[in-house]
Design a protein around this ligand. Sequence first.
Ligand code: KG4
Length: 338
Amino acid sequence: MSIIILGIESSCDDTGAAVISDGLLLSNVLASQKVHEEYGGVVPELASRAHQQNIVPVVDTAIRRAGISKNDISAIAFTRGPGLLGSLLVGTSFAKGMSLGLHIPIIDVNHLHGHVLSHFVREQENDEVPEFPFLCLLISGGNSQLILVKSPFDMEILGQTIDDAAGEAFDKCAKVMGLPYPGGPHIDRLAAEGDPTRFKFAKPRIDGLDYSFSGLKTSFLYTLRDNVKVNPDFVKENMADLAASLQRTIIDILIDKLDKAVKLTGVRTVAIGGGVSANSGVRQAVAQYCDRHGLKAFIPKRMFTTDNAAMVAIAGYFKYQKKDFCHYDAAPYARVTL
Ligand code: KG4
């Protein structure tokens, strides 16, 4: 009999539900919350309320699109953390209630595990998945980590940011350029038309595999401040070059440490994940790096880069096979590492 997992994701501002049968994706539904746009960032209380409104129709749609009945589900996997507590509580409580009603187990999923394991979601039977061990560059709004993935349950963080995450560097620099939140996708779009060599920003000098992005942010700010003093229209006139130079610097920082990690571990497979892995420049740079070094690259489809429930369902599928279920007293957690 097939193992059918319903995955539920509600850690931030997207309500997601997905159904996976023996690792094959049957449906993947996501309701993004528009309510935060006018505030320039996610407002936790509004996010929880929107999750409450969205969760029933989103789960219902996922089950219908999968062409199954709720009685076919083997277990429900949900994101337990990290994330916004109120938002996580909606998904956690819903999963518990539904599992009690259906008499099936629940499986708690670490959101970061989900991002790493998203590469195992297959849309077609013959879709390729990474072989263990592989290196995963997990880059999002809250994390920048280099992870050695030895098995679905054995992951070692080799390096991580000591200050801002890569996504924060994109978003904070975009904000001072007057771009809407989140700024990453806007920088990506503008960078395509700019000269990446026009401006030089500071790069960190940190030993080992840890990242740092706060120096770059400060150097970006100073460049803007010094130039705006002379020409108040500096930012408007140089949007594309600023975006391209910023993006180039972030990519250089990411690839520099990735290269060190590849040499240190000797792995032959590299995967990327998290919101920033949607960036066109990052995707191209990682693909080219892997090509040059004869490595296998796993670049996720854009829909699997940001928060989604398919990755929660696949992480749940791995845990289901070990009968690693969770108790009803499991509370969500705001912070957790891998
Ligand atoms: O993984 P994610 O959806 O959730 C958080 O960890 O918050 O990542 C969101 C981050 C934001 O910083 C956003 O600006 C960034 O991913 N992002 C991008 C792009 N798309 C999303 N950054 C650069 N280029 C993009 N195309």
